[in-house]
Design a protein around this ligand. Structure first.
Ligand SMILES: [Zn+2]
Ligand SMILES: [Zn+2]
Length: 300
């Protein structure tokens, strides 16, 4: 092997390592999210199957097994919707790559992107993480390393909706855990276990089992509050026909009225498509041309 080919191959290996680090950096939040979602589901399944909150004499009745089956069905329905929508969200390309932007029919709101070296339609903006312009760009989602744009907004919203529903359910199921911990009274020990389970585990004050339950119960409450606030914000944006950027600049030029705005985001079958990602729901627009109903200038 000559020196230059050695250098080339070592440069190639280095490039490969950088790529690997970059891709593992991108995938880390997805892996962490998946671990959390699956641990919470496993914990609530355990609560239903092993510690069903029923009176002991009810435990072996037929109603009890029906009750358990219904709970398990609801859990895995929500889990299925979260993971399926999340994977479709990541796989669906919201950028201008592979989209015909229509020759020279440039109108109001079109801009030139110096990074992509092309004219881009209204509501489209460049993402420096994805390094491409994204149609009707909302924001770059750091948890999935993907931009939220025109083509994947439906999956983003549905994933958020089921995360909210799933966490609300998990908080209710975990109420039992809080009750068990607080049954001994509001002592220093029980409050610390609820607020800082890590410290209690490291200092050997509680068993690993008590820690796991307290930790998951805490995660559910914190996760629920965060997801609820985020979902609320995006539902408001959807009803107003705005993207996050337009909300910041207080512009609302694409408002078509609540129902039409929902249809713009979720597609023709908006009233049913959120139940399952398999239900096709074609979007009315093309992500390039938008009906302008108000002033494009920021409101004072
Ligand atoms: Zn660009
Ligand atoms: Zn992005």
């Amino acid at each position: 092997m000559t020196d230059s080919s050695k250098r080339e191959s070592s440069g190639f290996t280095f490039r490969k390592q950088v790529d690997q680090v970059e891709s593992s950096g991108r995938h880390l939040p997805i892996v962490l999210n998946a671990v959390l979602v699956f641990s919470i589901t496993a914990e609530v399944s355990y609560l239903v199957l092993v510690e069903a909150p029923l009176e002991p004499e009810q435990k072996k009745t037929e109603w009890s097994s029906m009750w358990k089956a219904m709970h398990l069905f609801a859990q895995y329905f929500m889990l299925g919707n979260i993971t399926w929508n999340a994977s479709l969200f990541v796989k669906t390309n919201p950028s201008i790559r592979g989209v015909f932007l229509g020759g020279d029919a440039l109108g109001q709101g079109w801009r030139y992107c110096y990074n992509c070296e092309t004219h881009t339609p209204p509501r489209c903006s460049h993402c420096y993480d994805c390094n491409v312009c994204v149609l009707r760009r909302d924001h770059h989602c750091v948890f999935f390393g993907q931009c939220v744009g025109f083509y994947n907004y439906r999956y983003f919203l549905t994933c958020l909706l089921f995360m909210w529903a799933g966490l609300l359910y998990a908080v209710f199921m975990n109420a039992e855990v809080f009750i068990v911990i607080l049954k001994e009274g509001v002592t220093f020990h029980s409050v610390l276990l609820l607020l800082m389970p890590w410290i209690m585990l490291v200092s050997g004050q509680v068993t690993a089992r008590a820690f796991a339950f307290a930790f998951i119960a805490d995660t559910c409450v914190v996760g629920f509050l965060l997801v609820a606030a985020f979902l609320f914000f995006h539902v408001i944006l959807m009803l107003r026909g705005q993207t996050t950027r337009e909300w910041y600049s207080t512009r609302q030029p694409y408002n078509l009225g609540a129902v039409a705005n929902i249809r713009e985001c979720l597609g023709k079958y908006w009233y049913i498509c959120w139940l399952c990602p398999l239900i096709p729901s074609p979007l009315p627009g093309d992500g390039i041309n938008f009906k302008v109903t108000g002033s494009l200038e920021p409101m004072k």
